[in-house]
Design a protein around this ligand. Structure first.
Ligand code: FAD
Length: 278
């Protein structure tokens, strides 16, 4: 099906984009279009205007400031993959295929908030901060509160995600493990892990899960099992088993709920071992 007729606006800068979005409550920002265009074609959404933000240079940057990395919201999955950002670059490399990675943006992905998207596992594990701008100013939210529910970001009409900030987590070991049916598919289970290790003791552990709940979750009790403990096969097995408690998947074309839950254990174990071996 073709999308309905829509007005197309190309603002010169973020200020112009925000002013247009504020004035027109039936306008939607267009980034890479890889989630929005299919929804238009299916007529799930029928905005009167699309406001193209993808080519705004103000939103296209990756910069390190002190202990954090700041990422403009229209940075593509491909550019994130190339930017050597802890955990996020590896995650971006596992999103879909080269076509999607060349067009899709991190801001578009988290504003769409598909429950099976890849970034949320890493963003929740890293306690990412999301900067949201409107004509009224800026606010910053933790990713965990920004991701209110599936397909439901904490965004009002007239607001744009403008920046994603993640800590560098110097000295940590990282891994993102994704289980997919075929290369390029959305995740059946995605597990992001960041570990700080001193000798054979785990000093900090962060585990984020995606695709197994309405939104990404931190497997905090699994993290606690690892904390201040000596690395052993038994310890990793225990933590991975605990991570299953945070999975509440639904059965679908990608597998039964029972299978997905079991795979959380397998993928968590794999993510921890991969990180430790790096
Ligand atoms: C074939 C295919 C396979 C895919 N596989 C995967 C996969 O394996 N893993 C994965 O994670 N994703 C996957 N995706 C989704 C892909 O990552 C999309 O790029 C992403 O979900 C949306 O980003 P976008 O830049 O294309 O956003 P758009 O489609 O342009 O926008 C999506 C939504 O967000 C809004 N929006 C966009 N930018 C902003 C902003 N800065 N502020 C506020 N609102 C904004 C739009 O109005 C729209 O509602 C796949 C997509 C396709 C088509």
């Amino acid at each position: 099906m073709y999308p309905p007729k829509i007005g197309y606006v190309i603002p010169d800068n973020v200020k112009e984009a925000l002013e247009f979005l504020e004035k027109h409550d039936d306008a939607k920002p267009l980034a890479g279009g890889h989630s929005l265009v299919p929804m238009l074609k299916l007529r799930i959404l029928r905005p009167s205007y699309l406001v193209e933000i993808r080519r705004l240079p103000e939103l296209n940057y990756v910069k390190v400031e002190g202990n954090v990395v700041k990422i403009g919201s229209v940075v593509t999955h491909y550019d994130i993959m190339k930017a050597n950002i802890p955990l996020l670059s590896e995650t971006a490399s596992k999103i879909a295929d080269p076509q999607v990675r060349n067009m899709g943006t991190i801001g578009g992905s988290i504003s769409h908030l598909d429950p099976s998207a890849d970034y949320p596992a890493a963003l929740i594990a890293m306690d990412a901060k999301i900067k949201i701008s409107s004509t009224r100013g800026e606010r910053v939210e933790n990713f965990s509160s920004f991701a209110k529910d599936m397909f439901t970001p904490d965004l009002n009409q007239g607001e744009l995600v403008t920046e994603i900030e993640v800590p560098l987590l110097k000295g940590y070991k990282f891994s993102y493990q994704k289980l997919e049916r075929r290369a390029g598919d959305f995740a059946i289970v995605g597990v992001a892990v960041a570990l700080k290790v001193n000798g054979d003791i785990i000093e900090d552990a962060r585990i984020g899960l995606t695709a197994v709940n309405r939104t990404a979750v931190r497997a905090s009790e699994a993290e606690k099992i690892l904390l201040s403990n000596k690395i052993s096969e038994k310890l990793i097995e225990e933590a991975a088993t605990k991570a299953m408690d945070y999975a509440n998947p639904t059965s679908d074309i990608r597998g039964s709920a029972e299978y997905k839950k079991k795979m959380v254990k397998v993928m968590t174990k794999r993510a921890i071992l991969t990180a430790l071996n790096r």
